[in-house]
Ligand binder design. Structure first.
Ligand code: PHE
Length: 361
């Protein structure tokens, strides 16, 4: 074979090899290496060109054309492969970065209202809607508001029955007075009536007073701190019938069904007559079950007509005005409504209980 034919053959096989290699390149990086390998300064084409110098001068332009053709064939091949690979890599990158927009979002853990707080809100709201005004009083009370003004004089046995937590005496010297954690919300009756009259008010007065109370007690149905809602109304001609009507409306609204109620004669120093109020068992509809101990009735609150001594203690004429009052345990009502078996669950702060029974608003 002549020198020139041999060079032509070398160029042809180089071109074929190169185009195959370009097509087989797996990525742009590999392709770049092939570019250097074939077209670089020390590449395969340069290697073949070294042979051109040995040709007789007349043959050189001929082979020159072949070399140029090979060069542009390789350049075109490289360009084509580069475009394909670039496109492939782009798709691969998009594929890798794909996000599933149909996935549910990751939300932050949401807080919930404690079931007791929710109960307080629900109960207060029902009474607000009936026109009762919300009032509050201090949790650290004096004996006058917690007992004396409520017709519970010092020697009264009810005073001992209240399992009172006494706190350090407040004030100094002669004026120091024993203080206590209020054992019920009834002192708010006294404070609110006094304030109302001091501001020049005159009955009618209708109040709902939610709040924390304290008694030295701890078991399945008692906690040393619990919540009560006190409700009272003072006006001319207020009777037991009003008391019963308000109770029936409240309890049926709270339990979201028509609950039966029953007033049982009872004794409270601050009401006369007094009654304990039962509701028809919300679990067995009065048939008798474990919760109502077979009786069909569940005791829910204490009530009565405000004792004339209580009205007199704040300066309301008990000949002209009368009133009803009742006090209910919030935990007890929430337990009955939500089917919670143990009152202590409310205060153990177990997140499993709180997230199950907490209320999202
Ligand atoms: N204060 C009473 C208690 O805690 C409840 C009550 C309030 C009873 C108002 C009658 C009237 O037991």
């Amino acid at each position: 074979m002549s020198e020139i034919d041999s060079l032509k053959a070398q160029l042809e096989s180089l071109q074929a090899d190169a185009l195959n290699a370009f097509a087989a390149a797996e990525n742009l990086n590999a392709l770049q290496q092939l570019r250097v390998q074939y077209l670089g300064k020390k590449g395969a084409l340069t290697e073949v060109l070294k042979g051109v110098g040995k040709l007789p001068p007349a043959d050189r332009p001929v082979i020159g054309q072949h070399v140029n053709a090979t060069k542009s064939a390789l350049a075109a091949g490289l360009d084509a492969c580069e475009t394909t690979l670039a496109e492939k890599e782009k798709i691969a990158r998009i594929e890798a970065e794909r996000i599933d927009v149909s996935l549910p979002g990751r939300t932050k853990g949401k807080g919930a209202l404690h079931p007791v707080q929710n109960g307080l809100d629900e109960i207060s709201t029902i009474f607000s809607q009936m026109g009762f005004v919300v009032a509050e009083g201090p949790e650290i009370e004096d004996e006058f508001h917690n007992f004396d003004a409520l017709n519970i004089p010092p020697e009264h046995p009810a005073r001992a029955m209240h399992d009172t937590f006494f706190v350090k005496e407040m004030g100094n010297g002669e004026k120091s007075e024993p203080m206590l954690l209020r054992t019920h919300t009834s002192p708010v009756q006294i404070r609110t009536m006094k304030r109302f009259l001091a501001e020049g008010g005159e009955p009618p007065l209708a109040v709902v007073a939610p709040g924390r109370v304290y008694r030295c007690d701890y078991d399945v149905t008692h906690s040393p701190m619990f919540h009560q809602v006190e409700v009272f109304k003072v006006d001319r001609d207020v009777s037991m019938a009003h008391l019963k009507g308000v109770l029936k409306h409240f309890l049926s609204t709270y339990f979201e069904k028509d609950v039966a109620i029953r007033l049982r004669p009872h004794y409270f120093p601050f009401t006369e007559p007094s009654a304990e109020v039962d509701i028809g068992c919300v679990f067995c509809a009065g048939k008798g079950c474990r919760i109502c101990k077979g009786s069909g009735w569940i005791e829910v609150l204490g009530s009565g007509m405000i004792h004339p001594n209580v009205l007199q203690s704040v300066g309301i004429d008990s000949e002209e005005f009368s009133g009803f009052a009742f006090g209910l345990g919030v935990e007890r009502l929430v337990m009955l409504k939500q089917g919670i078996p143990d009152l202590r669950l409310f205060f153990e702060n177990d997140v499993r209980f709180l997230s199950r029974m907490g209320v999202n608003k």
